[in-house]
Design a protein around this ligand. Structure first.
Ligand SMILES: Nc1ncnc2c1ncn2[C@@H]1O[C@H](COP(=O)(O)OP(=O)(O)O)[C@@H](O)[C@H]1O
Ligand SMILES: [Mg+2]
Length: 382
């Protein structure tokens, strides 16, 4: 057990959190829809879409566990079968997974799909259950004209027992389905998950940090900084991965808590979008503003009030014996840096106060890069 990471396994992608903040309404709605249908002995099919890290897999697995826990709903209890179709993009390999789920095994050779489905049906009949088949990452499968969506969503008609199908993909799959299957996924049979916003990511990170990390090892500011970095994609997976690597960076450095600089280092190691080429394209104004920012940020703080940055920048220009720049030029420079993705500007509620952050790289490292550039620039000028 580390000093910061007290339950590291809860930051792994395979960990299914007991609660899903910001997906409780969706979970309640889905649970209700499935219960209503299943209690009448009718299957329920659903197409769940959303971007990477929007919580599709977590939501589906939570739903599956919750439905299984309810015991008998209508004629039979629910058994969920989760299949990630990403690497098994053929009907046969998926049916082999289905067979395994009902405890029958067949060699992977010499059987056609109809025979395999017969065996599946026998397996189901031995233990009558309502099967919730979750086909995650189903895009590739559906795009290559699978028959399984048709067969599994018409299980009653085709004599396959009682099956509900939950299809998951990042894109809308309806255009790729045959007309008969499409009719199984009408408006009340579709759910699209919106990307998480920054506040939602902060809540998700907070819930995860509570179980994974030592209480004194992070603050609200830690979580807000990470949420800010992950917000453009609304991706909870990236946010949690960043929390995990920042915790590792901090632990390896012997810190007792995660600092803003640890987070920037973790971000830089996952993937840094700042390159020396990008710095080459910057004006001297932009470079000095960025340098003032790295110096103010160094070690502490995830962001700086813009007024404070402006004073630090003026002091820096004095130190470099450069002419001061106007307030307007300062702001225009900040906006340029924001457009280039080098800084994030946050406007306070009044619009008057605002703060500036740089999350791409450790501030100390970026500072060194800029000092080298400015050094060269000034040498050339002299
Ligand atoms: N609402 C949430 N609350 C807590 N953790 C979440 C939530 N949404 C996603 N996660 C976590 O974020 C990561 C990515 O979620 P996942 O369901 O795999 O996304 P998707 O399948 O849409 O790509 C997982 O570790 C998951 O546990
Ligand atoms: Mg997923």
């Amino acid at each position: 057990m580390g000093t910061i990471l007290v339950r590291e396994e809860t930051l792994e992608p395979t960990f299914l959190p007991p609660k899903l903040p910001h997906r409780t309404a969706e979970l309640a709605l889905l649970t209700r829809r499935y219960r209503e249908a299943l209690s009448k002995g009718v299957p329920f099919h659903l197409l769940l879409t959303g971007g990477v890290g929007s919580g599709k897999t977590a939501l589906a697995k939570r739903l599956a566990t919750d439905l299984e826990r309810l015991g008998r709903i209508g004629p039979a209890p629910v058994k969920a079968v989760y299949i990630n179709a990403w690497r098994r993009a053929s009907d046969r390999t998926i049916v082999l997974d289905l067979l395994r789920a009902v405890d029958v095994s067949l060699p992977d050779r010499g059987y056609g799909l109809p025979e395999m489905l017969d065996v599946f049906e026998q397996g189901i009949r031995r233990h009558p259950r309502h099967h919730l088949v979750i086909l995650d990452e189903a895009s590739a499968l559906v795009r290559q004209e699978t028959k399984l969506v048709y067969l599994l969503s018409r299980s009653g008609e085709v004599g396959l027992g009682s099956i509900s199908l939950l299809l998951i993909a990042t894109e809308d799959l309806l255009p790729y389905l045959d007309p008969a299957s499409r009719s199984s996924f009408g408006v009340t049979h579709r759910m699209a998950l919106a990307p998480y916003d920054r506040a939602a990511l902060t809540d998700i990170l907070e819930a995860r940090a509570e179980v994974a990390l030592a209480p004194a090892s992070y603050t609200d500011e830690t979580l807000e900084q990470i949420a800010r970095i992950a917000a453009p994609n609304g991706d909870a997976r990236f946010a949690i991965e960043l929390l995990s690597s920042a915790a590792h960076v901090a632990e390896e450095a012997g810190h007792r808590a995660i600092s803003a600089e640890d987070i920037r280092a973790a971000k830089g190691s996952i993937y840094s979008t700042v390159t020396e080429t990008q710095l080459e394209g910057l004006s001297v104004n932009a470079l000095t503003v960025l340098l003032a920012l790295t110096r103010t940020l160094k070690g502490k703080g995830s962001s700086v009030p813009s007024q404070k940055l402006r004073s630090a920048h003026s002091a820096l220009l004095e130190e470099f014996e450069e002419d001061p720049i106007s307030r307007t030029t300062f702001w225009r420079t900040l906006k340029e840096l924001e457009r280039d993705g080098l800084v994030t500007l946050d406007t306070g509620p009044s619009g008057a106060s605002s703060s500036v952050a740089m999350d791409e790289l450790p501030a100390s490292y970026l500072g060194t890069l800029i000092e080298e550039r400015l050094g060269h620039g000034r040498a050339r000028k002299a």
